[in-house]
Ligand binder design. Structure first.
Ligand code: SAM
Length: 224
């Protein structure tokens, strides 16, 4: 198994958590997710460990859920789509995530790539996420409490960057930390009019495409 130290309990799911994950993955396939690598990881990663126990029974619904501090764990379909978009052309080696939140998206990436760096502006969320990473034995994640709009310049450039909160525009500091041939995926735009952008750093500069409408919490300035 990918996640060596996962909690065997199903925490009130009403069926084994494995069965619930299998059903979620069937649904993701029905809704257009194609990448086997992403589906395999999501079939194994216990999402119920990334949310409060009181909400665990809803962990395998395809929906965003509150994680405290006015923030959410992203909808599984969105996590799958963003991960798929990030690794489609070439599997990156080193990835930067902005907006650790629950840590779920970060854990999906950590199962696929060599190293993930993640930045979160709300300390309490970051501490909870770190506890989950330890519990699952994920040792290839480095995290810090900071304003992720600045990236992590000392550790860059990164082969891929994923932003899990929506900014008004692409952050210049993040583009500056994207390696040549690298790929960045980020929701951009005001509430109600956000698009998921994929930006590639090619020979002639940055090339951007819109992968479709999404709905994310805002990318905020400073630390919380
Ligand atoms: N990747 C997360 C997950 O799997 O649970 C999604 C979390 S939520 C949709 C977005 C997160 O981005 C929140 O935890 C929020 O605090 C964080 N965030 C917002 N602005 C940020 C910033 N400037 N720097 C770092 N994190 C930020």
């Amino acid at each position: 198994p990918l996640f060596s130290r996962q909690d065997p309990s199903s925490r009130g799911l009403g069926m084994t958590s494995q069965r619930a994950r299998d059903r979620l993955v069937d649904r993701l396939v029905a809704e257009g997710i194609r990448d086997r690598r992403v589906l395999d990881v999501m079939r194994q990663l216990p999402r119920h460990l990334f949310i409060d126990e009181a909400l665990a029974s809803r962990a395998y619904e395809d929906t965003a859920l509150p994680i405290g501090q006015g923030q959410t764990i992203s909808q599984p379909w969105v996590v799958a789509r963003m991960t798929e978009a990030l690794i489609e052309t070439k599997l990156p080696r080193r990835v930067l995530e902005v907006g650790t939140g629950s840590g779920y998206q970060c854990a999906v990436l950590a199962a696929l790539v060599e190293q993930v760096h993640t930045v979160e502006r709300i300390d309490e969320l970051l501490r909870n996420a770190r506890r989950r990473f330890r519990k699952l034995g994920l040792s290839n994640i480095r995290s810090k409490h900071d304003d992720g709009r600045l990236g992590w310049p000392e550790e860059g450039p990164f082969d891929a960057i994923i932003v899990t909160a929506a900014g008004a525009a692409l952050e210049p500091a993040l583009l500056a930390q994207l390696a040549k041939d690298g790929c960045l995926v980020a929701p951009v735009g005001p509430s109600g009019r956000q698009g998921l952008l994929r930006v590639r750093h090619g020979d002639d500069g940055f090339v951007s495409e819109n992968l479709g409408a999404v709905s994310f919490v805002p990318l905020l300035g400073g630390v919380g």
